[in-house]
Design a protein around this ligand. Sequence first.
Ligand SMILES: *[C@@H]1O[C@H](CO)[C@@H](O)[C@H](O)[C@H]1NC(C)=O
Ligand SMILES: *[C@@H]1O[C@H](CO)[C@@H](O)[C@H](O)[C@H]1NC(C)=O
Ligand SMILES: *[C@@H]1O[C@H](CO)[C@@H](O)[C@H](O)[C@H]1NC(C)=O
Length: 264
Amino acid sequence: MGFFSWITRVAVGVTAASIPIINRRVGEEKPPAFFLAGDSTTAVDGGWGNGLLATLVQPAWGLNFGLSGATTKSFVDRGYWANVTTHLRENRDAFECFVTISDLDSCHSVEACVVGNARADSKDGNREYQQNLINFANEVKSLGGTALLVSSLTRRVFPDDPHNATDSLHDQRLAAIAAAKATESTIIDLNAASLAYVNAIGRDASWAYNWGDDKKDMTHLNPWGEVVFGRMVADLIIRAKPELESWIAPNETLSNAIWNNLPA
Ligand SMILES: *[C@@H]1O[C@H](CO)[C@@H](O)[C@H](O)[C@H]1NC(C)=O
Ligand SMILES: *[C@@H]1O[C@H](CO)[C@@H](O)[C@H](O)[C@H]1NC(C)=O
Ligand SMILES: *[C@@H]1O[C@H](CO)[C@@H](O)[C@H](O)[C@H]1NC(C)=O
C-alpha cells in the first residue's frame, strides 16, 4: 500500500465515522425560540415573561404572548393561541421551538369569571382547565415544538404569618403537573419554587417585587420582580433541559440569591 492510499483510507474512515456525529450536532444545535403563552403573570408589564426573554443569547430569541386577564378559553377565542402556533410553524425549521404554557386561569383573581372559562375553584372548571392545558401541549408537540408547562407564579398574600403565603394557586399547579404528565411534557414548577422563595425571604422582602408604586398588587411584578422571577424560570428551564444552558446568559449573583433564599 502506497503512502497516499493509506492517507486516503484513513481520511475516508474518519470522514465516514464523523458524518452521523456532525449531522446530529447540527440538529441539536438549532438555537431555541421561546413562545410564551400565558396571562398577566407572564405578560409584558406585570409578568415574568420578558425577564426570561432578556436572558436569551442570540440567535436564541422569543416572544411574549401573555394576555392580561386571559383564561385557556379566551386565549384561544381572542386569537392569541393561533398566533403562537403560527409562529411555531414559521420558525420550527430554523429553531428548536419551545412554548411555555402558564397559568391562563385569571379567574383566580377576577370575581366575575364564569365556569366555562376554566374556573379552577369548581370541580368541573378545574377538569376543563386541565384538559385545555393538555390540548395546548399536544398541539405544540404535533407541530414539532416542545411544550413547557409552567406552574403559576405564586401570589404574595400573607394573611398572618409573614413566612406563610396563601397557597392560592395549588389547584392550578396540580393541573399543570397533571397536564405535563399526560402529554409527557416538561413541568417547570415555578409555583413551588416561587412559593418556597417568598416564604423564606418573608412578606416585606417579597413585596419589593410587587407591581405599582404602593406595592399593594400582590399578583403582578414590577420591573425588578420581572428580572428576578424571569431568572427563576430561566434557571428552572436549565435544570430541566441542561442542553439549553449555553443559550441562557448566567447571572450568578442573582441565581445565588434566589436559590439560597436571600432577597435579590
Ligand atoms: C401576533 O404576534 C405578533 C408578535 O408578537 C404581534 O405583533 C401581533 O400583533 C399578534 N397578532 C395578534 C392578532 O395578536
Ligand atoms: C400556613 O397557613 C395555612 C393556613 O393558611 C396552614 O394550614 C399551614 O399549616 C401553614 N403552614 C405553616 C408552615 O405554618
Ligand atoms: C444580575 O444580578 C444583579 C444582582 O442581583 C443585578 O444587579 C443585575 O442587574 C443583574 N443583571 C442582569 C443583566 O439582569
